[in-house]
Design a binder for this molecule. Structure first.
Ligand code: GRF
Length: 200
């Protein structure tokens, strides 16, 4: 499955996906990696893995629509069949989502629908929940609102800060994202409206 990844920052989830492809546990081919930020660690990780990269920096476009049109041409040129958001900080517009015929997945560091949006781990600590976690979901036109593929709970411990919780959740993200992508790539994910069924 020809796969594109969009990432804005550190790219540790991208790295987990690259590593899973490398050790044969993830049957996809990451054919290109894009970022809305130049010079990110994510792009360096892709370079190191020999994956072609592209920067879609907002300052290079008159507006958001032009930037997304360029991303759309890029996925089409690369004959992409699956798009993975891995810490991509821009919300894709409904127009973009409607024009893409293949699945788009995202990973989010909370048990959705709790704590969508930015700083999910800070939201969890401030709210005082005892359990948080991570979610891999299909991207729809809302914010972190698409059908849920897999979730994994992570305890929130006494004395946790945003950073300590984020670190514990991230470790789980690195296992959950490749696993969810593997299920999608193997055709084991059936989507019926909001419900997602994992086929045996
Ligand atoms: C992760 O916590 C992911 O869940 C969220 O953004 C963060 C990206 O981290 N969407 P990294 O760039 O993959 O290290």
């Amino acid at each position: 499955m020809r796969t594109a990844v969009l990432a804005s920052g550190r790219g540790s989830n991208l790295q987990a996906l690259i590593d899973a492809c490398g050790n044969g546990s993830l049957p996809i081919k990451i054919v290109c990696v894009g970022s809305d930020q130049p010079e990110t660690v994510a792009l360096k990780r892709a370079d190191t893995a020999g994956i072609p990269t592209r920067v879609f920096h907002m300052s290079d476009y008159p507006d958001r629509q032009a930037q997304e049109e360029d991303i759309l041409s890029w996925v089409r040129e690369n004959r992409v069949e699956l798009l993975l958001l891995a810490g991509y900080l821009k919300v894709l517009s409904p127009q973009f989502i409607r024009q893409v015929a293949f699945p788009i997945l995202n990973i989010h560091p909370s048990l959705l629908p709790a704590f969508p949006g930015l700083h999910a781990q800070r939201q969890a600590v401030e709210y005082g929940v005892k359990v948080s976690g991570c979610t891999v979901h299909f991207v729809d036109e809302g914010l972190d609102s698409g059908p849920i593929i897999l979730q994994q709970a992570v305890p929130v411990l006494a004395g946790d800060t945003e950073d300590t919780l984020a670190e514990r959740i991230l470790e789980m993200e690195h296992r959950l994202y490749p696993e969810a992508v593997r299920l999608v790539a193997l055709g084991k994910v059936e989507r019926i409206g909001r419900q997602v069924r994992i086929l045996q």
